[in-house]
Design a protein around this ligand. Structure first.
Ligand SMILES: [Zn+2]
Length: 290
């Protein structure tokens, strides 16, 4: 299985929170509910399935257990946006998703654009109420991404619609590219696209493409870059005034190497800087503002 080679190498289930496994956390939440007490053995089996699915990067292919009311209703009711498990996941989140370099500055890992002000159920709780409070089924993200992802889980090739930040490594190769052109007003305009290297893992390539399509990321990055670029142009005009083109490019290269490590290879800001440094079209413009 190629997919495992590009998985993040952290054994999630060895990171327990205060010594608790995800099932311990569930049991604490369910404690005292007679309806849920009665299905504890089935729930333990569901949680074991989830653990195996995390370890084989296939959570999206889990089948729903098919709980119906009253169990379904009781399971769903365990989750509220301000419940203890939601608080726990917010605290726990940065510990391991920082490995993916997606949470710098407390941003949504799905888009890296906005604050993660909601908690997303990777397997939706309506169809999978058994995982409504499973720690690794919950991930903080922004309301836009949460809305775009909606109830979607997998496509007809049985591939997930979104990257699972608990095990897919979005840094496995460089795939986000920005291109520069000059608009009719003589001002630089940046457009993003996905550009995978020839040797990229085809499964991960398909998952990343699904992720970008589902969350409308290219369009959202194309909008975001307008503000980001005008800010950096102001800085360039201040810092590099009177300098040579080479000195200005060196300034951009130093800036890129400072942030590259924190932001990651496929961050929209990093891709914009790479384009500014590499594009002859941009160089001609840059020369004109020094
Ligand atoms: Zn987002």
């Amino acid at each position: 299985m190629k997919i495992k080679e590009t998985m993040i190498k952290y054994p999630l289930y060895q990171f327990s929170i205060n010594g608790e496994t995800p099932f311990d956390v569930y049991k604490t939440a369910a404690h005292g509910d007679a309806i849920l007490d009665a299905i504890e053995i089935q729930m333990e089996s569901c949680y074991n399935d989830y653990e195996n699915a995390v370890n084989s990067a296939s959570v999206h292919n889990l089948s729903s257990h098919g709980f119906v009311d009253p169990e379904k209703e009781h399971l769903k009711k365990l989750y509220k946006s301000d419940c203890d498990i939601a608080k726990k996941i917010r605290l726990h989140h940065s510990t391991f998703t920082s490995t993916t370099k997606r949470v710098y500055n407390n941003k949504c890992p799905y888009c890296t654009l906005s604050e993660p002000n909601t908690i997303e159920h990777i397997l939706p709780k309506e169809k999978y109420p058994e995982f409504a409070v499973h720690l690794y089924n919950l991930i903080p993200c922004c309301s836009k991404c949460n809305g775009h992802k909606s109830e979607a889980v997998r496509d007809h090739y049985r591939l997930p619609y979104t990257i699972n930040f608990y095990y897919h490594d979005p840094e496995y190769c460089q795939f986000l590219e920005a291109n520069c052109s000059i608009d009719p007003n003589g001002y630089p305009s940046f457009k993003y696209r996905l550009a995978f290297p020839k040797n990229a893992d085809p499964t991960l390539t398909a998952i990343v493409t699904n992720h970008f399509n589902r969350l409308h990321l290219i369009k959202r990055y194309d909008e975001e870059v307008i503000k980001n670029y005008s800010e950096i142009e102001l800085t360039i005009k201040t810092v590099c005034k009177g300098k040579s083109l080479n000195d200005a490019l060196q300034y951009l290269k130093d800036y890129l190497s400072n942030i590259n490590n924190d932001y990651g290879l496929n961050h929209h800001y990093v891709a914009m800087l790479r384009c500014m440094i590499g594009s002859p079209i941009y160089h001609a413009y840059l020369q004109s503002i020094l």
